[in-house]
Design a protein around this ligand. Structure first.
Ligand code: FAD
Length: 250
């Protein structure tokens, strides 16, 4: 019997920018209408491909920021790297109504499913918050009760992504805690100097290893390696630590 052709995960699709939101001066969320989007798990990403008029192509990966809600839309949040090839186009040039090619969802390891019973520790650096936010949103959509702790390392208060939504969710989503580590400038009310992620932060604001949490760490490569090493040194089971490296070194 002949079967209808079903677009697969690795099929390039032409998505339309349905809306765009500025998150910070250097980061923007694109809401994309994707034909035949098959759905996704929190933590997965897409590959985005841009083609210049002369045929030159550039491809980058972007985590899906939104939880799957069956409306054919996904959200990406892109942090601009001033010397970057692709990110400045997505944060500053692309407009509502424009089309971009993407394929996915990609990734089956760095994902959180609402059926996972363990408490969750999320550790994000910079734009590494994006797939972790998808997990927080998926937890909210599912009405899941597993306790979640997010440790979010960010340069300054002005660079925080999803700040309002995180505040609202901490108030409304029982069992969600958020702790910020500011690396360059702390808010005045904190009366603490900026610092990088360290043993004290992960020990104080994470879960004890005895709770056997599922740990998800995402951000620049060096950040991810530091945080993973600390969690292992604190006694967390390496098999429960999942990492996603965005590249870069800072
Ligand atoms: C699985 C995955 C998911 C990702 N999800 C997101 C996401 O949700 N949001 C997002 O903004 N980015 C995300 N990234 C990073 C993204 O793919 C690009 O690397 C980033 O947008 C830079 O691309 P560019 O073309 O602007 O810079 P490039 O032209 O590729 O690089 C410019 C300069 O920046 C350095 N650089 C590249 N990437 C980084 C980085 N992440 N941090 C610091 N320096 C860097 C390069 O070494 C180079 O010096 C993800 C990466 C991966 C692998």
């Amino acid at each position: 019997m002949a079967r209808a052709a079903v677009p697969g995960r690795l099929t390039w699709r032409v998505a339309t920018v349905g809306a765009a939101r500025r998150e910070t001066p250097s980061a923007r969320t694109l809401v994309l209408d994707v034909p035949d989007w098959p759905g996704h798990l929190a933590g997965q990403h897409v590959d985005v491909r841009l083609t210049a008029p002369d045929g030159y192509r550039a491809q980058r990966s972007y985590s899906i920021a939104s939880a799957w809600t069956n409306n054919g839309r996904i959200e990406l949040t892109v942090q601009r790297l001033d010397d970057g090839e692709v990110s400045p186009y997505l944060t500053d040039t692309v407009e509502v109504g424009d089309q971009i090619e993407l394929r996915g969802p990609v990734g089956g390891w760095f994902v959180w499913r609402a059926e996972q019973p363990a408490p969750v520790l999320l550790v994000g650096g910079g734009s590494g918050i994006v797939p972790l936010m998808a997990m927080i949103r998926a937890r909210g959509t599912a009405g899941a009760k597993q306790p979640f702790r997010l440790i979010y390392s960010v340069r300054t208060p002005e660079d925080v992504l999803y700040g309002e939504e995180l505040r609202r969710r901490v108030r409304d989503d029982a069992g969600l805690d958020v702790h910020y580590v500011y690396t360059r400038k702390s808010p005045p009310e904190l009366a603490l100097p900026p610092k990088r992620i360290d043993v004290a932060a992960l020990n104080t604001y994470g879960w004890p290893p005895d709770f056997a949490p599922d740990c998800f760490i995402c951000g620049p490569t060096a950040f991810v390696e530091t945080a993973a090493d600390i969690l292992v040194a604190l006694g967390h089971d390496p098999r429960r630590i999942r990492t996603e490296r965005f590249g870069g070194t800072s």
